[in-house]
Write a new protein. Structure first.
Length: 383
């Protein structure tokens, strides 16, 4: 069997950086006035590809690798994995050709991937919370296309917000499963007792408040109650961050990105909540705090950890990991800050430079981890 098709993380993580770069390419062109773009408004096109393209691809690579490890069942490989990757690529091709294809064709090309991923995940039988989250993410993607086609009365941007909210929930769930392992490794690296006690109550509160915000954000996005729920979710994430205060272990590359991601969730949810309650804030910037900041850092951290461990290598993560984390963090800072403090500089400093930093971050990641994804496991094990 081709080594790239030996496990789910290999093809998805190899292709994902290229999709990530393609997802931001139109933005500088349009903001600087160099082209007309796609049939969709630039923000909708870009948002869809970030959420249902890049972040959903990262989710697939993670789940197709983690679920067999958790359940002991055989992973999806070979032809079945090729089919899943092909469905994901069809969706990306459809959106890259959005200006040339009729919207129903774009929808048909894009809608098959997430249901297929759900079917592949269901064969493992657990954990059920991931299955529910994937189904809701697929529903949000369907809502985007049906709203665009005028089949249902749902604005496509509302569907994007629902998808991003669901990604935040998935990140909270995945982080709860990953952090015990990575934090324990970080404690060992820094000479501390490897005793990890993460309170289930904190994790559940963070997850439930995010789920409540997703419901309120979809059904009553401008209601004051939604603003207060967003602030409650921000506080729950801030409370969860306290669990990672373990001295130098917090600064290890397998821990700090998750901590920073939760910080971005606090910032994004807090900004959205205050904006809904009447503060003069740019809501799109705070959505970027959640997507460009929180979700992307989690994706890069998960991609790094999964690629390390499932290519047969022990912790620590390579020092080169910091490059990708730092570039994406700087991109998020610029996107949020410039929108509020120098909106006249958005074309260059708030869009073009963050897009270049984002692309450079994923290229740096691929340069370091790509050779591992193309090579057999270092420990000689299958996968």
């Amino acid at each position: 069997m081709n080594i790239v098709l030996a496990h789910g993380f290999r093809p998805f993580f190899l292709l994902l950086p290229l999709a990530a770069i393609a997802a931001v390419l139109p933005l500088p062109v349009l903001w600087l006035g160099w082209g007309d773009g796609t049939a969709l408004p630039a923000g909708l096109w870009h948002g869809h590809e970030q959420i249902f393209g890049v972040l959903s691809g990262a989710l697939a690579g993670f789940l197709l690798t983690a679920l067999p490890s958790w359940t002991g069942k055989e992973p999806v490989t070979g032809r079945a994995l090729t089919l899943l990757v092909g469905l994901w690529l069809l969706g990306r091709i459809g959106f890259w050709l959005d200006a040339a294809l009729p919207p129903p064709v774009v929808a048909a090309l894009d809608l098959g991937f997430l249901p297929a991923l759900l079917l592949a995940a269901l064969r493992h039988g657990r954990p059920w919370e991931f299955f529910v989250a994937i189904a809701l993410l697929a529903a949000a993607n369907a809502g985007f296309h049906l709203g665009r086609l005028g089949v249902i009365a749902l604005a496509p941007d509302r569907a994007l917000h629902a998808g991003l909210d669901r990604i935040q929930n998935l990140n909270a769930i995945a982080t709860g499963r990953i952090l015990p392992v990575t934090l324990r490794a970080a404690l060992v690296e820094t000479g501390q007792p490897p005793q990890v006690r993460l309170a289930p109550g904190r994790r559940h509160l963070a997850t439930v408040t995010l789920a409540l915000f997703a419901i309120a954000d979809l059904t009553a996005p401008a209601h004051a109650v939604t603003g207060w729920i967003a602030l409650a979710a921000a506080c729950a994430q801030a409370d969860r961050m306290v669990e990672l205060h373990h001295g130098r272990a917090l600064l290890r590359p397998q821990v700090l990105p998750f901590y920073l991601a939760q910080g971005w969730m606090v910032v994004g949810l807090g900004g959205l909540g205050l904006g809904i309650l009447g503060a003069a804030l740019d809501a799109i910037a705070w959505r970027h705090a959640l997507g460009l900041g929180a979700a992307t850092l989690v994706a890069l951290a998960v991609m790094s950890i999964v690629s390390l461990r499932h290519s047969g290598r022990p912790f620590p993560l390579p020092a080169a990991s910091w490059t990708a984390f730092a570039l994406v963090t700087l991109a998020a800072l610029l996107r949020v800050a410039v929108a509020h403090w120098a909106p006249q500089a958005m074309p260059v400093w708030g869009v073009t430079l963050p897009a270049l930093l984002w692309a450079a971050g994923f290229l740096a990641w691929l340069r370091r981890f790509g050779p591992w994804l193309l090579a057999p496991r270092a420990d000689g094990q299958p996968g």
